[in-house]
Design a protein around this ligand. Structure first.
Ligand SMILES: Cc1ncc(COP(=O)(O)O)c(C=O)c1O
Length: 414
């Protein structure tokens, strides 16, 4: 029996068996096709079956499939690090490999705590996080998603200590944002004035909280938030597992702010959606705190497939495609398309980069709309009462037009 993720197997519908992927399309065993409008959980960046990435994988698999990344290094990892450094802010220079978004976050949390411990400060044991955050399903990642997380409630008794900061949600028609943003920062500052020295890091999903339901907030708020915690010597982690690689319209969400993070997590679209791979990237200041004659001060963490050459080769090719000017233009074209199309009767519409999100009133209705769309050959997944679209970059405007027509039809029918 295949035990599926996030699925109540007793009541869920049987899965559809997919036999082929091509561009935005997934083909089932009976020949029916589905337009993958959520890029298969936000990983399939350029499209299913992208020939260039497939060829890079085949080439690497027949050259060097795997090697332990301790005594050895290899070209795909070195090329990837070098090329990523060209698109990252200048201070982010040290790259730790792991296999998925949750482990990238786990590594970031460990680094932040040990950074202070290595410098003799063992008081900073707590983390600051945002309300409704989602950083993955391992214990550390769950802990910084807050005790009220809709995903992790079964385990909250095990979570370590955090302080949760409210998020000033931003969407079409929202008013008095500046007031609520200022209030949140004022309350945070008060908290930090008494307890600031007990926190090692702030972790955020910059600008968009994907799994919470595509909740968006403004760069102005993020900028001030980072400045505020920095005044208390707290490290800043940006979890760009979801927002990285043009999801927000710019290459990284951090490109919208001048206060850059100390630690960044990348995964999901890193390999274009072909293979699991992730990175936790730090500044020299953070990295240098681990250099010592004392072996216990090293980052004692690793995974069997750390820096797998085939995954790195896929990531190098994916990055090459991302860097092309036509990719940047396509991102802008898709966002313009969203902004020029109306959706009657939906609430809290919010559009940013490759994401168009809106609420349909209730989670029951969202499920019904998605069910209706599935019958029409469009695959989406609701997040509570929110529906959103995040297609692979190979999508055409004709395909998007059809999808929006079908969304309007589905909304009318349920
Ligand atoms: C912002 C963010 N961080 C971390 C993760 C966890 O990534 P993974 O599912 O690869 O463990 C996710 C997954 O959705 C995410 O959206």
């Amino acid at each position: 029996m295949i035990w599926r993720p996030f699925t109540q197997e007793k009541t869920a519908e049987k899965p559809v068996k997919i036999v082929k992927g091509d561009g935005i399309w997934l083909y089932d065993e009976n020949g029916k096709r589905y337009a993958d409008m959520i890029s298969s959980w936000w990983v399939t960046a350029h499209g299913h079956g992208n020939k260039e990435i497939a060829a890079a994988i085949a080439q690497q698999a027949s050259t060097l499939e795997q090697v332990i990344l301790t005594a050895f290094t290899h070209q795909p990892a070195e090329t990837l690090v070098e090329n990523l450094q060209n698109v990252l802010p200048t201070g982010l220079k040290n790259f730790f490999f792991s296999d998925n978004g949750s482990t990238a976050v786990e590594v970031a949390l460990k680094i932040a705590y040990q950074y202070f411990k290595n410098r003799g400060d063992t008081q900073r044991r707590k983390y600051l996080c945002l309300e409704g955050a989602y950083h993955g399903d391992t214990y550390g990642a769950m802990s910084v998603s807050g005790k009220n997380s809709m995903y992790h409630f079964n385990f909250s008794e095990f979570f370590f200590d955090t302080f949760t900061i409210p998020v000033p949600e931003t969407y079409e028609g929202i008013e008095a944002l500046e007031v609520s943003e200022a209030q949140i920062l004022e309350n945070l500052e008060k908290k930090l004035q008494t307890e600031g020295s007990s926190f090692c890091a702030l972790i955020v999903e910059p600008l968009i909280q994907g799994a919470r339901g595509m909740v968006m907030y403004r760069p102005q708020f993020l900028e001030k938030l980072v400045k505020t915690v920095r005044e208390f010597g707290i490290l800043v982690i940006f979890d760009e597992v979801f927002t990285g690689f043009y999801r927000t319209g710019r290459f990284f969400a951090m490109d919208y702010v001048s206060e850059k993070p100390d630690i960044v997590c990348l995964s999901k679209a890193l390999t274009g959606g072909f293979l699991p791979l992730s990175l936790t990237i730090t500044t020299d200041d953070v990295y240098n705190a681990f250099l010592s004659d004392d072996s216990k001060k090293a980052l004692i963490h690793g995974h069997s497939y750390t820096g797998n050459p085939i995954a790195c080769a896929a990531a190098c090719k994916s990055l090459e495609i991302f860097m092309r000017s036509e990719t940047r233009q396509k991102v802008a074209t898709i966002e313009r398309f969203y902004r020029s199309r109306s959706l009657e009767g939906v609430k809290k519409r919010r559009t940013c980069g490759l994401i168009d999100a809106f609420d349909v009133g209730s989670s029951e209705r969202a499920k019904k709309v998605v069910h209706e769309l599935f019958k029409r050959g469009i695959f989406m997944r609701p997040l509570g009462s929110t529906l959103y679209i995040l297609p692979p970059l190979c999508v055409t405007m004709e395909e998007l037009e059809w999808v929006y027509d079908e969304i309007r039809n589905a909304l009318k029918s349920v």
